[in-house]
Design a protein around this ligand. Sequence first.
Ligand code: NOJ
Length: 721
Amino acid sequence: MNNKITGFVGSVLMLTVLTVNAQSLFNPATEAKITALIKKMTLDEKVGMLHANSSFTSGGVKRLGIPEMVTSDGPHGVRIEHGRGWTPLKNVNDAGTYLPTGNALAATWNPKLGYDFGAVLGSEAKFRGKDVILGPGINIIRSPLNGRNFEYQSEDPYLISQMAVGYIKGVQAQGVSASLKHFAANNEEVDRGTVNVEMSERALREIYLPGFEAAVKIGQVNTVMGAYNKFRGQYATENKYLINDILKGEWGFKGLVMSDWGAVHNTMEALENGTDLEMGSDIGTPPLKYDQFFMGDTVIALVKSGKVPVALVDDKVRRILRVMFKTNMIAAKRTPGAYNTKAHQQTALKVAEEGIVLLKNEDNVLPLAKSKIKSIAIIGQNANRENAMGGGSSQVKAKYEITPLQGIKNLVGGGISVQYAQGYKIARNQQADDTLIQEAVNIASKTDAAIIFCGWTHGYDYSKWDDNAYDAEGVDKPDMNMPFGQNELIKAVLKANPKTIIVLMGGGPIDVREWVGESKAIIEGWYPGMEGGTALAKIIFGEVNPSGKLPMTFPKKLEDSPAHKLGEFPGVNGTVHYKDDIFVGYRYFDTYNVEPQFPFGHGLSYTSFSYQNAVKKVTGDKQVSYSIDIKNTGKKDGAQVVQVYVEPINPLVSRPRKELKAFEKVFLKAGETKTVKFILNKDAFSYYDEKKKAWVADKGQYLIAVGNSSKDIQASGEVVF
Ligand code: NOJ
């Protein structure tokens, strides 16, 4: 056997695999330059830098060569041009690369692709004259209902950490800044501007913060965006504990904290508790009077009257200048960046190909063989719908967008007759439409294969974001049920053709109980970006072997979801208590023995894999090294994500049954074997002890469980640690 050893991975080491050493924000030579510059500034000039001076820019100081800082959404593409206001500009070159959304990226389980994704964004942002791209969004997917889950990544902080670090390094390697959002505990939309989040310190430390911490400490992110919601009674953007104590204190963050748009509510709190830049505040009808922002003229008066020390203002200016120096905004030249290159479009394709998840495949219904089919029925409005402009602030004007219908037509060429039926109508409160269902059944009964594209929808665009939106900013889904009468459609079509392939589109879990037992093949397609239709077609016809894995659990029904079963969503009387605590996602399903519809980490392939020769060793310096051989035992090349979970056997405190602590995506040719090595250090065995205010790894027995998903453990062994 000729084994190839893949890179060492593990809770810490994996993060450094992507280095490309992230440049630090702090270096003494630059600090001296900043000090000199601040000395030359008047108070008015300093305060002018602490707030927006247009919809997406903050103030500069022209006479000193300090430019405005130009920001732009958003996580999966550079947003349409707004100029200085909010009305989209006409006749500008703002149709760019539209990447798959956050949870599709996370579903690749490939941090290298996170880097490539970030690099595309950074490069296009630079081309468009932006200094800061407002992403990644990494809030924990706590409930299936959050309207913004599609922008976020996962229910698991370790997976988020890996993907976010890659993304940030990719963006910032281009010489522009990422903005890590939304700090913190922004896990619902409907009342995001007012809701107060209450959770235990342990849940905060174990679940809601690790992604942010990794992004700051390892990703070296330049800017962080404060969230809209309150945390323990104080607005997150001006929250002393979150920003001053943890972010800037414990983690030593040296960069700039900006508000979400309109998230500042109080001048003194913002000044004292760590907000450096106030963006987007709504202070009346446009044109906005920017000097009337909370961090505008009031600050000048407060400093002049001696109520606020100028040093507080200087620290904020210093942080902004650090970011400006690091990204060559001052006295330096930037390279131009690139826009709409073939390589960028290929990255969009690659992420979609690796992120789409094969959820079910009985009787080898998939892949379809082109040679055996003369006709195919494509059903569902989602097959024929562009998504780039949907969802809210993350909207992108795509250079082009290949819908699933187009992707399939492109792939099959002229040899196969493609018939399309809309199947259902996307509109709020729309019930099943018998005529549309009948049309769909008719084409499905007359063709050799049928595919239904169904699931959620974004809503069309920002201005109409709430008329039919389920996955969108500012709204949460009302429930987990398939809207628009899709269940009736699917059941009717499955009767006509039991081998009908179901492709779910959207931002995550949906209730499929009404027909899941009848269906043989199900794919999760997410919002797969401008090349999504190409990627789906390639997977359906076997040109690409699927390798995506769910970054969140799909519960059978909403009531099974821990946020709803143990906790509250969206809250009671303006407060949401996260009584689900550390039991988020699979941590709950596994510990409480609740059977999910599809487990965290799940995703099938057209080939098969086996594991052998596990070797584990605890070394003196409290590290567990673990190696295992993985073999592609099938006939097709493919990739498997080797997932490593740590399971405390007799924990002294309440702990999740198991937690993901390392993973690696391994690409294997048919018949090939590779040895994967993991190193687990103390982090992998620790929990947060609230009394000690520290991470603790109790001495005891642990199971190292390795497998293809949180439920499909293929090899395991005990260690005493
Ligand atoms: C509000 C959103 O929450 C945030 O993610 C976005 O970056 C800003 N608006 C700017 O559009």
